[in-house]
Design a protein around this ligand. Structure first.
Ligand SMILES: NC(=O)c1ccc[n+]([C@@H]2O[C@H](COP(=O)([O-])OP(=O)(O)OC[C@H]3O[C@@H](n4cnc5c(N)ncnc54)[C@H](OP(=O)(O)O)[C@@H]3O)[C@@H](O)[C@H]2O)c1
Length: 328
């Protein structure tokens, strides 16, 4: 993470959960992190915590409701004025309302679309424009997607949410293609967790606390910090490597909430397609281990796989036929 020290990252939804863990970890790594959410007081508390811990970076809270374009544009204007721009954009904010397709409320669907898809896309566009203005060619845009962005499970409550996450999958690939077309080396990645113990379930089932608690009780869910590790993992890849997608599940994988049982998903991480920067498939080019095992700035020694198990990513790659690497 050394090359990111002193550089600027935007983390959306930094007030709680995955966003708070990511923001904290990036501050620990020495970045200037702009954290946004509606509950800005919680980000302020996190900033104080980081300061007390003596972290070398800084966390700057900004209040922003991602359903309001004018608030997003005003946030980017502030970022430009105070920090000149952004180098990393982590589109993390997201939510689900239990609104099935056959009887759900339009307002719930619209709110999910506004935050999970439109807000994410506005932030991506604005972050890219600021990167371009400053000739930042090694920036990184990361979407926190979901296992629900890759298949539909038979849980009516999250079918609309699932559609928004499928959109995130398409938006990541579209972004990668547009960046390549623009001859930019800015990277696009989506990280797709299974169930993570955060406020996600309590908010989804705010009318039914028992159901919310049950979501995290049947198995060991991921922790927000696991996702913070996933983010620093993809950020730490050498500039010629791009992870397009990573999926992360609890080993027990009982993620009926925001994931779902799926036979082939057994461990974390499931798949790790890696793209290089000249368009060819790594698997076909014969360059093999180099892009995963090459200069990762010490990351593979520091953290190995995402839960500090040591060496698992390389092992996983050898075992997993889904793994694809492409020069892009
Ligand atoms: N937890 C899981 O099981 C799980 C699994 C797969 C994927 N994910 C994805 O992970 C991401 C983070 O979720 P989480 O688990 O950390 O959930 P969380 O604990 O509920 O946090 C959600 C974050 O999004 C922010 N947010 C929601 N609506 C917003 C709005 N209108 N404007 C600005 N910020 C808004 C919230 O901030 P404020 O309320 O303060 O505005 C909060 O910081 C989401 O994209 C989610 O889909 C979660």
């Amino acid at each position: 993470m050394d090359r990111w020290r002193g550089r600027v990252a935007l983390v959306t939804g930094a007030s709680v959960g995955i966003g708070a863990a990511v923001a904290k970890e990036l501050v620990r790594c020495g970045m200037k992190v702009v954290g946004c959410a509606r509950n800005v007081d919680k980000i302020q508390e996190l900033a104080e915590e980081c300061k007390k811990a003596g972290y070398s970076g800084v966390l700057v809270p900004i209040k922003c409701d991602l359903t309001k374009e004018e608030e997003i544009l005003s946030m980017f204007a502030t970022i430009k004025e105070q920090h000149k721009g952004v180098d990393v954009c982590i589109n993390n904010a997201g939510l689900a309302h239990p609104e099935p397709l056959l009887g759900g409320k339009t307002s719930g669907w619209r709110n999910m679309l506004d935050v999970n898809v439109i807000g994410l896309s506005i932030c991506t566009r604005e972050a890219y424009q600021l990167m371009k203005e400053r000739n930042v060619d090694d920036g990184h845009i990361i979407h926190i997607n979901s296992m629900s962005g890759h298949r539909v499970i038979p849980t009516a409550d999250i079918h609309f949410y699932t559609a928004t996450k499928f959109a995130v999958t398409a938006l990541t690939e579209g972004l990668r293609q547009e960046l390549r077309e623009a001859k930019s080396h800015i990277r696009a990645t989506c990280i797709s967790p299974g169930v993570v113990a955060t406020e996600f379930a309590p908010r989804l089932y705010s009318h039914d606390p028992d159901r919310a608690a049950a979501s995290y009780a049947q198995f060991t869910p991921l922790e927000a910090v696991d996702l913070a590790n996933a983010v620093t993992y993809v950020l730490s890849a050498p500039p010629y490597v791009q992870y397009e997608r990573t999926s992360h599940c609890s080993k027990e994988h009982g993620d009926y909430l925001d994931g779902g049982p799926e036979e082939e998903v057994a461990s974390s991480p499931r798949s790790l397609p890696v793209y290089r920067c000249d368009g060819s498939l790594e698997g076909q080019s014969g360059s093999g281990d180099r892009s995963l095992g090459g200069d990762r700035g010490g990351r593979s020694q520091r953290a190995g796989p995402l839960r500090d198990e040591g060496g698992g990513l390389r092992q996983e790659r050898g075992q997993n036929p889904e793994l694809q690497q492409r020069r892009c």
